[in-house]
Design a protein around this ligand. Structure first.
Ligand SMILES: O=C1O[C@H](COP(=O)(O)O)[C@@H](O)[C@H](O)[C@H]1O
Length: 239
């Protein structure tokens, strides 16, 4: 397990620009080293802003987008194209503007997909796709909820104990109630895990996790080579 590195940004706008720049450079470096880059995307408000910043950055043209593999850390289990799906939001903010290879885009199944509204079956389908691809993940991007959740791994939820690649989640405390998520073992196999946290309403989970010894989900994730907390000043209030 890697010790977390904490980087505090002066405000949310600077955080957005800095994380976008960091991710662009990370992808360029991964492609220079291995030819490809594997990224796990997150949902959430902060992520959408970062995706837009990447889309409008001239530096992003240095990336060969046809050799980027995109996966998702979690999904709100809703019909394809639903505005609340993390996939829809990422496509609108970033993916639709990029020359990606469609075969390298791996969204989680929707609730009107081949498994219908059976979230565990859809999660198993995603796990099979993941296992078949055996992706090298350079970075897992994660937002953090006010309750300390990451992806769709919620405090005290039975889904926390799942050790499959991906899990179907019922009775999520945050809407929508049905979700799909990567599990801890999958997230923690990535090279780097970046927790992106914005706002004073998240200061408590940030401080609790970084104090150590916490069982909050955001305290249970780490990269094999680096764990980065990329936060703004209000989120660092209690550190
Ligand atoms: O529902 C979700 O929420 C979290 C956190 O979102 P935020 O808007 O508070 O940043 C997000 O990380 C997750 O992917 C999403 O499904």
């Amino acid at each position: 397990m890697t010790d977390p590195t904490v980087i505090v940004h002066a405000d949310a706008d600077i955080q957005t620009q800095a994380v976008a720049a960091r991710l662009i450079v990370k992808i360029i470096d991964a492609q220079a080293a291995r030819g490809t880059a594997g990224i796990v995307l997150t949902g959430g408000r902060g992520a959408a802003k970062i995706y837009r910043a990447i889309a409008s950055s001239p530096a992003a043209t240095a990336i060969d987008w046809s050799r980027v593999d995109l996966w998702w850390g979690d999904e709100r289990f809703l019909p394809l194209g639903h505005a609340d799906r993390n996939e829809t939001q990422a496509r609108e903010a970033l993916l639709d503007a990029l020359p990606l290879d469609p075969k390298r885009i791996h969204p989680m199944p929707p609730s009107d997909g081949p498994d219908g509204d059976d979230a565990p079956a859809a999660a198993a389908r995603y796990a099979a796709e993941w296992t078949a691809a055996a992706p090298h993940i350079d970075v897992v991007l994660l937002g953090v909820g006010e309750d300390g959740h990451v992806a769709s791994l919620f405090p005290g939820h039975p889904g926390l104990a799942d050790t499959a690649v991906a899990a179907g989640i019922h009775n999520s405390p945050k809407p929508p109630p049905t979700r799909i998520t990567l599990t801890f073992p999958t997230i923690n196999a990535a090279d780097e895990v970046w927790l992106i946290v914005t706002g004073a309403d998240k200061a408590t989970p940030v401080a609790t996790a970084l104090r150590g010894g916490s069982d909050l989900p955001c305290a249970q994730v780490h990269g094999t080579s680096r764990t980065l907390w990329l936060i703004d000043k209000p989120a660092a209030t209690d550190l």
